[in-house]
Design a protein around this ligand. Structure first.
Ligand code: UDX
Length: 452
């Protein structure tokens, strides 16, 4: 490892190696020495061998390269924090049973970092990247760090909120090309450290910086996710209306809306609803926070309500196509909440499948990456296929639940052969042009029946 004297590049520690922490670590290690810290021994063992513990596009080769050249190390020992200039907290903030966020990992990470930097003279900045409710950096992280380190923030030691906006499956690309950097420093010291660090990393490609209070920075993260989730629920509500208007198509509505620069075309793709580890949890947390502030969160509650009922809409479309689903064979293609990931957290495929099964359907499923997770979640209530064609064979209906590129290749002839002549497709992700399946009974989210 390069000695400190040989470089004035900052040394980085990243606490919590989930998709945010590990993707960030893998990217930063192209320029800086990075130590990843996580309490999960098995995970540290894998990363130490240059192997990604989960699927994330582009992560594996970066890990391999940077573990091999010594720029990325990982450990379960927090003492590495004392040897770092910037320590990122990227631990999880799951929903507690009541819907509020559970800060226990943030608390224990802050405690351990504080203990590690106690007595050190090194100027260290602790950066809170985990998604936390406004006020957390100042009134939870700061007192724990100060108490456990015996140091005072602003005096050679700093604390800064710095939310991330990474999408799973695109976390590497989003780390390398972020739309903006949001920082909410508690003190001038951390502001200077964090800005100088990002300038060194991005150089001429430095993204726009929004500098604000820690509370505002924390709120920007929640507001961004809640707004995007609301766009999705909005278009899904319009999709339900389109389904009742002969000749209408929600995709055209979205295209027509999206060309207005005040609206924008992104995140107006109608589908079975939003899933993943962020949107459902973050909108719920913002609802709770608004209530605590005495603010009526009705828009956000409606966003969640549309999302929670959208799987019912998929199931009733299936029922319409089959008269009833009881005893029918249904192929579900796609289980991950998004393509390019094996993550099934909050995937809308799960409630759709559970509802179909509870109504007596015989469901078989296939996903290019998420089979293991789905098997753990759903167990033997459905059957699992090793590829899309095997899944579709002999079924009465195919439902597309994740927009995996490989599903787009299924042809009309192939489906006709596999389904024994009677092709029924329910495209819940709008990956197909209906004209491609001239012999099929084709229904899609947000597509009104054609005029006869
Ligand atoms: C999201 C945010 O995009 C990211 O900025 C934040 O840091 C974490 O949360 P992620 O959940 O990983 O990222 O994926 P994203 O691509 O945003 O998709 C979330 C869900 O919304 C998926 O289930 C996706 O299918 C759905 N979606 C997205 C739609 O249904 N329609 C759209 O137009 C866009």
């Amino acid at each position: 490892m390069m000695a400190r004297e040989e470089t004035d590049e900052p040394r980085i520690a990243i606490v919590g190696l989930g998709y945010v922490g590990l993707s960030t670590a893998a990217c930063l290690a192209s320029k800086f020495h990075v130590t990843g810290i996580d309490l999960d021994l098995a995970k540290i063992g894998l990363i130490g061998k240059g192997r990604a513990p989960f699927l994330e596009k582009g992560l594996q080769p970066l890990l391999e390269a940077h573990v091999r050249n010594g720029m990325l190390q990982c450990t379960t020992n927090y003492s590495a924090a004392s040897d770092s200039d910037i320590v990122f907290i990227t631990v999880g903030t799951p929903s507690s049973k009541s819907g509020e966020i559970d800060l226990s990992q943030v608390r224990s990470a802050s405690q351990s970092i504080g203990e590690a930097i106690a007595g050190s003279n090194r100027p260290t900045t602790v950066v809170v990247k985990s998604t936390v409710i406004p006020g957390t950096t100042r009134s939870v992280v700061k007192p724990i760090l100060e108490q456990s380190s015996g140091r005072t923030s602003g005096e050679g030691f700093g604390i800064c909120s710095n939310p991330e906006f990474l999408r799973e499956g695109q976390a590497i690309e989003d780390t390398l090309n972020p739309s903006r950097i949001v920082i909410g420093p508690i003190d001038q010291f951390s502001r200077d450290q964090v800005l100088s660090f990002y300038r060194k990393f991005y150089g001429a490609q430095m993204p726009p910086v929004v500098e604000t209070s820690p509370e505002t920075a924390e709120l920007i993260k929640y507001s961004s996710n809640a707004f995007l989730a609301t766009k999705i629920s909005f278009i899904n509500l319009i999709a339900r209306m389109c389904e009742k208007i002969p000749g209408s198509d929600v995709n055209d509505v979205a295209r027509g809306m999206g060309l207005d620069p005040r609206i924008g075309s992104l995140f107006l793709q109608a589908g079975p609803g939003f899933g993943g580890s962020c949107f459902p949890k973050d909108v719920q947390a913002l609802v709770d926070y608004a209530k605590r502030l005495g603010v009526d969160p009705s828009i956000l509650e409606s966003t969640l309500k549309v999302n929670e009922t959208q799987p019912d809409n998929v199931v009733s479309q299936a029922e319409k196509m089959l008269n009833r689903v009881d005893g029918k064979k249904i192929a579900v293609l796609g289980l991950a909440f998004n393509p390019n990931t094996d993550d099934i957290r909050e995937s809308r495929a799960i409630p759709v499948i559970r509802k179909l099964v509870s109504k007596g359907a015989m469901v078989g499923a296939y996903d290019p990456m998420a089979m293991d997770g789905a098997k753990r979640e759903l167990g033997p209530i459905i059957t699992y296929s090793t590829n899309a064609k095997a899944c579709v064979k002999g079924t009465d209906l195919v439902i597309i639940m994740t927009a995996w590129p490989e599903f787009m290749d299924l042809s009309n002839d192939e489906l006709t052969r596999l389904m024994g002549g009677r092709v029924r497709i329910l495209d819940a992700r709008r990956i197909y042009d209906p004209a491609r399946f001239p012999n099929a009974e084709f229904t899609a989210i947000g597509l009104g029946n054609p005029h006869d």
